[in-house]
Design a protein around this ligand. Structure first.
Ligand SMILES: NC(=O)C1=CN([C@@H]2O[C@H](COP(=O)(O)OP(=O)(O)OC[C@H]3O[C@@H](n4cnc5c(N)ncnc54)[C@H](O)[C@@H]3O)[C@@H](O)[C@H]2O)C=CC1
Ligand SMILES: O=C(O)[C@H]1O[C@H](OP(=O)(O)OP(=O)(O)OC[C@H]2O[C@@H](n3ccc(=O)[nH]c3=O)[C@H](O)[C@@H]2O)[C@H](O)[C@@H](O)[C@@H]1O
Length: 452
């Protein structure tokens, strides 16, 4: 059986390569010619650990190929995965235009039965819409099934997550269609959740929203910690030992970013309103996140005596480590906030490039950390790259005009940095600077490692 993957971004490229690895023949299609031809040349158009090697490997096995001939690809493949983007519209709702385009193409070009699988994150009821769009575009009546199979991978860990999912959710009213999708994942061992398409669609949004709530909860608690001289990392560690709570996603910082949490919680909030109800907890999680960068900058500003005309090194541009994805990156929100306060920014990222929207006289990107830190009045850690955690901060101190570290990811040891002569500020971790009520004398951020 051949599988067609429509949409070759983080999810589509990963899904296609995983199916190739599981032994299926895969064809990839994307209307973005640059993306498609890069993949056809064996070059990954974005950074994702391990994926380039898989692309090379299955370019050689021939189990994946890429085409711009969508009509032929649709007629050749029995199963079609829709992995296109579902960005947020201005009102927060999910923009389904790419889903509709993909569905219409399938309807227009299909000549025999198809199994259409929706992997993109879509609002409840979209499976039904996709079925209607396909049927509406068919020149003659041909049967097909639409199955919901949402994706839960994380960027930076996409391949690992796709091979080791915590669950596979398959939403269908047709047991045979669900079984066919289940068979595609032969070789991957994890719980299978078989449910209705609507349930599957909601499981995806509800999961992302829950994780976002967890992060905003600890971030709001961090704000309280800053006032009462308690270290939020100790609180998170103590809470996390309760297996009903768990340690993960209790890492306070500058808030969550990326292409999914912000857009998905807005889409879920919008859906609730559309159905005459409210998800107030999710709304508050969104609000805390919306204001978290400003909270951090306000918190740190007195330590530097105002950001105006100060030079600030911003380490990390991507929304988290191990990705070059800048979508909704809190780091860019930090740069915007610093510019509003008339600071100069010297940025660094191991992979991501600064977008060309900033005035060059105010914001510059440096190839090295040392370059970004040179003569800076302070450094802000804005993404949790290992390179920053493992840096030789004793040596770097000499490069800076003033040794002040604002740690937006709470990933460095404040105690050690203070011993080196730095002024160190995290978020909700400033107990040592505020008062004597320090419950743990040494913090081990690496031991908590709640993000992985
Ligand atoms: N990025 C992630 O970590 C995860 C994303 N998701 C969801 O998966 C979906 C895709 O996300 P990403 O891969 O990040 O998106 P992306 O933006 O990286 O890639 C989407 C691709 O779809 C292509 N496309 C647009 N219209 C098309 C059409 N008519 N036919 C075929 N391809 C078309 C675009 O050119 C683009 O290359 C979204 O709904 C997202 O919410 C779900 C889990 C994880
Ligand atoms: O639907 C999606 O696209 C995906 O969204 C997230 O994955 P991703 O956005 O790649 O990254 P995460 O590792 O979840 O981090 C998201 C953001 O939350 C932040 N975060 C995470 C954990 C934490 O404790 N604190 C925290 O601030 C990260 O720094 C990052 O900005 C989910 O983890 C995936 O399961 C889901 O499939």
């Amino acid at each position: 059986m051949k599988i067609l993957i429509m949409g070759l971004g983080y999810v589509g490229a990963t899904t296609g390569l995983v199916f190739a690895d599981l032994g299926w023949n895969v064809i990839g299609y994307d209307p973005n010619e640059e993306r498609l031809s890069a993949l056809a040349r064996g070059s990954l158009p974005f950074y994702e650990p391990g994926l380039s090697d898989k692309l090379k490997e299955h370019g050689e096995t021939g189990r994946i190929r890429f085409t711009s001939d969508l009509q032929k690809a649709i007629s050749e493949c029995e199963t079609i995965f829709i992995c296109v983007g579902t960005p947020a519209k201005e009102d927060g709702s999910a923009d389904l235009q790419y889903i509709e385009q993909a569905a219409v193409s399938i309807g227009r070009y299909m000549q025999d039965d198809k199994l259409v699988v929706i992997k993109s994150t879509v609002p409840v009821g979209t499976n039904e819409k996709v079925a209607a769009w396909i049927a509406g575009a068919q020149p003659s009546n041909i049967s097909f099934d639409v199955v919901s199979n949402p994706e839960f991978l994380r960027e930076g860990r996409a391949l690992y997550d796709a091979f080791h999912p915590e669950r596979i959710v398959i939403g269908s009213h047709q047991p045979e269609a669900a079984r066919k999708v289940q068979r595609l994942y032969k070789g991957i061992s994890c719980p299978m959740v078989l449910c209705s398409p609507r349930t599957a669609e909601l499981i995806k949004y509800a999961s992302n929203a829950y994780l976002a709530v967890k992060i905003s909860y600890i971030n709001e608690l961090a704000r309280l910690c800053d006032r009462i001289g308690v270290d939020v990392r100790d609180v998170a560690a103590g809470m996390g030992l309760d297996s009903r709570i768990g340690r993960r996603f209790l890492h306070a910082g500058i808030g969550f970013g990326g292409s999914c949490f912000p857009k998905d919680i807005q889409a879920l909030i919008h859906e609730a309103h559309r159905h005459g109800t409210k998800l107030t907890i999710v709304e508050q999680a969104h609000e805390v996140n919306r204001t978290q960068v400003r909270y951090a900058i306000d918190l740190w500003e007195p330590a530097i005596g105002g950001f105006e005309n100060k030079t600030v090194a911003v380490l990390g541009l991507s929304f988290k480590k191990d990705t070059d994805d800048l979508r909704e990156s809190p780091s860019l929100a930090i740069i915007d906030e610093l510019l509003r306060r008339h600071a100069y920014v010297q940025a660094h990222d191991p992979l991501a490039r600064l977008p060309e929207i900033y005035p060059r006289t105010r914001v510059k990107q440096f190839e090295t950390m040392e370059g970004a830190l040179y003569d800076a009045d302070a450094v802000i850690i804005a993404a949790d790259w290992d390179q920053y955690a493992g840096a030789d901060w004793a040596k770097l101190k000499a490069k800076m005009h003033r040794p002040i570290i604002f740690d937006g990811k709470n990933m460095l040891s404040g105690r050690r940095l203070r011993e080196l002569g730095y002024e160190y500020w995290g978020i909700g971790t400033n107990a040592e600077s505020i008062g004597p009520d320090v419950s743990c004398s040494e913090h081990h951020p690496e031991r908590m490692n709640s993000q992985v």
